[in-house]
Each structure stands twice: as C-alpha cells, then as structure tokens.
Design a protein around this ligand. Sequence first.
Ligand code: GEK
Ligand code: PPY
Length: 244
Amino acid sequence: MARGNKDNIYSNPLGDVTGFQFDNKVVDVFPDMIQRSVPGYTTIVAMIGTLAERYAQSGSQCYDLGASLGAATLAMRHRIPAADCKIIAVDNSEAMVERCQTVIAADSAPVPVELLCQDIQDARIENASVVVLNFTLQFIAVEQRKAILQKIFEGLRPGGVLIISEKVIFEDAAHGELMIDLHHAFKAANGYSALEIAQKRTALENVLIPETLGQHRDRLREIGFSSVDVWFQCFNFASMIAIK
Ligand SMILES: Nc1ncnc2c1ncn2[C@@H]1O[C@H](C[S@+](CC[C@H]([NH3+])C(=O)[O-])CC(=O)[O-])[C@@H](O)[C@H]1O
Ligand SMILES: O=C(O)C(=O)Cc1ccccc1
C-alpha cells in the first residue's frame, strides 16, 4: 500500500496529550505510522495473505475486523484461490472507512469486498473460514474481549482460522521493560524523536490495553479453539493462529 504522508502528529510539544483516536489526522498518515511503529507489520500483512490462501474455504466469508485502510483485506483478496469467497471488512472509524473505500475501489482483484462502518461488537460473523483481528482487539475493553472471540468461534466453520495480532506485555517485568525499550529503539531507528515516542506512549495509555500471550492463549482455548499458538513475534508485537 502507498505510504502517503509522513506521520508527524506527535513531533511538537502538546500541552495536553489527549487519548489516541482514529480520526482524519491519523488516517492521512496511517500507512507510514503503522509501518514505522509496528515491527514486522509488513511481514504480518503479507503472511495473512498466505494464511488466507491456505484456509479460505469455497463459498465462505473472510472477515477483516478493524480493517483500517484495508491492508489485510487486500493481502487476502490477492491470494484467495477458493471459489465464491467474499471478504467483509469492518471498522468503526468513519474516517478510516471512507478512505478504505477509495483504497479498495482502486484495486481490481476479483474477490468481492463488503466494507462496513460498524463496531466489531455489533458485527455478525457467519459462514466464516478466515477471521483477522490484526492489532484490533487491543483497543477493546478487556472485559468485552471474550464475548467477541466467542462470537467469532461460533461463526467459524470447522477447520476455519482466527489470525490475531496484538501488542503484548510479559509476566517477567525485566523482560517486559527490555521489549518496550527495544520497541522504542525500533521507532527511533525509523526516525521518531524521543518526544514523539513519549507523547504517543501517553496518548495510547488506557486506549491500547495489552495483555500477555498467556492471557490470549488461555482465553482462546477456553472458548474452544483446538489449536492456538504464536506464529510471529518481534519484541512486544505478536501474531497468533487459532484453529477451530
Ligand atoms: N470497536 C471497534 N470496532 C471496529 N473497529 C475498531 C474498534 N476499535 C478500534 N477499531 C479500529 O481498529 C483499527 C486498529 S489499527 C488496525 C490495523 C489494520 N488491521 C491493518 O492490518 O492495517 C491498529 C493500530 O492502529 O495499532 C483502527 O482502524 C480502529 O478504528
Ligand atoms: O506506536 C505504538 O507505540 C504502537 O503501539 C503501535 C500503534 C500503531 C498505530 C496506531 C496505534 C498504535
């Protein structure tokens, strides 16, 4: 996806750093922001295409929940070989959905895409073979996460897959600090200043709520997923595969 404008949202001192929102300002810089902020993002998105190629079942639906500008939607759209599949992309930010519509319209791959401006808590999941939560569940209140995952499990066909990527924390405090420090070094190497890193960190407090990999794994297993494990991790960013 084109990188568009450079993210300099947090480059000047803000008297009051308000909670992070997916508004027009973020939409304008989003591809640059996520690429420079999430180690492994490009690989994860490409591999979502590879996973969809393997798991999409003919006549089923593939969901991209918290689609932003449709990076995972397009990765799937370009790799699904199964017949009669449809992709449903959902995001509750009007600004994101509006821009995502132009991104999808500019792409001509044949798999149909339906784009919905909706809270994933209200989304209907049915006849699904692939469900993607690529860095989305982390923005949902912790006590609401299980119900969403339960609904996804119920909407998946047997043999279907949930791909869930999250920023994570660690049980071992020293290891956790090291991962955060290495993440900040990654951001610095990508051109973010100490001020930008600090102000973004403040903006994400109580907005992006990370859990441990153990918490994710235990919840997915309790729900009934038969196989749950990490397939990608770089520092405090990880992606899991959960198979029904
Ligand atoms: N309750 C909700 N309902 C629907 N959407 C939501 C909700 N809460 C947040 N979002 C949406 O989830 C997306 C999270 S970004 C996903 C990247 C994308 N998956 C990618 O592969 O590029 C990750 C990040 O920015 O760290 C935003 O577009 C929000 O509007
Ligand atoms: O920038 C960060 O520190 C992150 O955790 C990743 C991110 C990327 C884009 C929007 C919100 C969070």
